[in-house]
Design a protein around this ligand. Structure first.
Ligand SMILES: Cc1ncc(C[n+]2csc(CCOP(=O)(O)OP(=O)(O)O)c2C)c(N)n1
Ligand SMILES: [Mg+2]
Length: 368
C-alpha cells in the first residue's frame, strides 16, 4: 500500500517484507488442519475483500489523524497495527450475527456494512447519525452492529443477553464482542462471560491483547497467560495471530462453528500490538512504554504489508490463476482511497449542514 510518512508509525514508512516474518506468517496458516480447510475455501474475491477491509481500516484512521492535525478533532483513538483483528473477525461472521465493537475495532463497523461516512460523522458529532452528536461511539443496530458505551467490557453482559435470545429463539446466530487485555479484568467481563458459560450461549468474546492498557504494560497487570482465563469458566478457548488476518478469520469461523453447535461460549485471544499511544494525545508516552526494538519487531508485522506480501506470493494457492498481481492490489487500493476520501468529504459537509442544535440535547435521551 501507499505509505503516509506524516501519519504512519515510523516503522511502516519504508516497509518491505521481512523474509523471516513472512515465513512465520505462512507457517501459522499451515499449522491447524481445520483452519487450513477454512482458508482453502476462500475465493480470490474473498481474499481481496479482506485486503480492502484492512486498507479501509488503516485509511479511516489516517483520515482521523489528518483531522486531529488540522484541528478539526481534538483527538482520535486508532486501531493502527491491530486492523487484522476487527476485519478478520467481522468478515468471518454470517448475516444475522451481531457485533459490538469497542472504539479500536472501527474496522468491524465498516466490514459489517456501515458506510465509512456514518462512522466519521459520529466522530464529528453531526446530527444525521445514530448518536445525533452525543457520542463518538457508533454502530448501526439495523446492520447488527450495537454501539458501545465508553465503559470497557460493558458490552459483555449485553452480548450474553443477545446470545441468550438467539438460544431461546433457536436462531443459528452468534453474538461477538471485543475486550482489551486490560478490560478482561473488569467485573462486567466476568459476570457476562460466566453467565454465557453456564448457559452454553453462542457468545464469542475476542480478547484483543495489544500488550497494553492505557499506560500499563500487559506484564504489569496480568500474571498468567491470557489463554488460562477460559479454564475458570469451563468454556472453550482459541487463540490466533492478531496481525495475520487469515488466521484471525479462520479462528473466528472455528469459534462461530462451536457456538452454532451449542459448544459456546468462546474466548478468542488475538495477540497483536498497539503501534502508538492510547489515542493521538499520548503518542509519545505510548512509545516510551516499550523499547524501540519492540516497536521495530511489531512494525515488521504490519498486518496490511504482510497480507499484501502473502497475497502476491500465494493468492488462492490454486496455480498461476490463483496468484494475485500487485496491479490488482493497487486497483483495489485506489478504489478504497476514493471511498474513504468521499466519506471524509461527506462527513465534513454534514458538520457544516447538520450540527446539533443546543435544545436537541434534551430530546431522545430515554426511550418512550
Ligand atoms: C470500566 C472502565 N474503566 C476504566 C476506563 C478508562 N479506560 C479507557 S480505555 C482503558 C484501557 C483499556 O485497555 P484495554 O482493555 O487493554 O484496551 P485497549 O485500549 O488497549 O484497546 C481504560 C482504563 C473505562 N473506559 N471503562
Ligand atoms: Mg490493551
Amino acid at each position: 500500500m501507499r505509505r503516509y510518512p506524516a501519519f504512519d508509525p515510523p516503522e511502516y514508512v519504508s516497509w518491505h517484507p521481512d523474509p523471516e516474518v513472512q515465513r512465520r506468517y505462512d507457517a501459522t496458516l499451515r499449522k491447524d488442519p481445520q483452519r487450513r480447510a477454512i482458508l482453502r475455501s476462500l475465493s480470490r474475491d474473498h481474499l481481496l475483500r479482506l485486503y480492502a477491509g484492512l486498507l479501509r481500516a488503516r485509511l479511516h484512521d489516517i483520515a482521523l489523524q489528518r483531522w486531529v492535525r488540522q484541528g478539526v478533532l481534538s483527538k482520535a483513538w486508532l486501531g493502527t497495527g491491530e486492523e487484522a483483528v476487527a476485519v478478520g473477525n467481522a468478515q468471518a461472521l454470517e448475516a444475522g450475527d451481531l457485533v459490538g465493537p469497542m472504539i479500536r475495532n472501527a474496522g468491524a463497523c465498516h466490514e459489517r456494512g456501515m458506510p465509512v461516512a456514518q462512522m466519521l460523522k459520529a466522530y464529528l458529532g453531526t446530527r444525521d447519525q445514530i448518536t445525533q452528536g452525543r457520542d463518538l461511539h457508533t454502530g448501526d443496530p439495523e446492520r447488527g452492529i450495537l454501539p458501545p458505551i465508553s465503559f470497557v467490557a460493558s458490552l459483555v453482559p449485553v452480548f450474553a443477553g443477545a446470545a441468550l435470545a438467539f438460544q431461546l429463539r433457536r436462531q443459528p446466530n452468534v453474538a461477538l464482542t471485543w475486550v482489551g487485555d486490560g478490560a478482561s479484568h473488569t467485573a462486567e467481563f466476568h459476570e457476562g462471560f460466566n453467565l454465557a458459560a453456564v448457559n452454553r450461549l453462542p457468545l464469542i468474546v475476542v480478547l484483543q491483547d495489544n500488550q497494553v492498557a492505557l499506560g500499563t504494560q500487559l506484564k504489569a497487570h496480568q500474571r498468567s497467560e491470557l489463554e488460562d482465563l477460559v479454564s475458570a469458566y469451563g468454556a472453550a478457548g482459541l487463540s490466533c495471530d492478531g496481525n495475520n488476518v487469515l488466521d484471525v478469520f479462520a479462528a473466528t469461523r472455528q469459534a462461530a462453528d462451536l457456538c452454532r453447535h451449542g459448544r459456546g461460549p468462546v474466548i478468542l485471544t488475538a495477540h497483536t500490538f498497539r503501534m502508538g499511544g492510547h489515542a493521538t494525545h499520548d503518542e509519545q508516552e505510548g512509545r516510551s512504554l516499550f523499547a524501540a526494538r519492540v516497536f521495530a519487531a511489531w512494525g515488521k508485522q504490519d498486518p496490511v504489508g504482510c497480507f499484501e506480501a502473502w497475497l502476491t506470493a500465494h493468492g488462492t494457492g490454486r496455480g498461476r490463476d490463483g496468484k494475485i498481481l500487485a496491479s490488482t492490489l493497487e486497483a483495489t487500493e485506489a478504489e478504497v482511497i476514493r471511498e474513504v476520501d468521499a466519506a471524509a468529504e461527506e462527513a465534513l459537509r454534514s458538520r457544516d449542514l447538520h450540527s446539533p442544535r443546543p435544545e436537541q440535547a434534551l430530546g431522545g435521551v430515554t426511550a418512550d
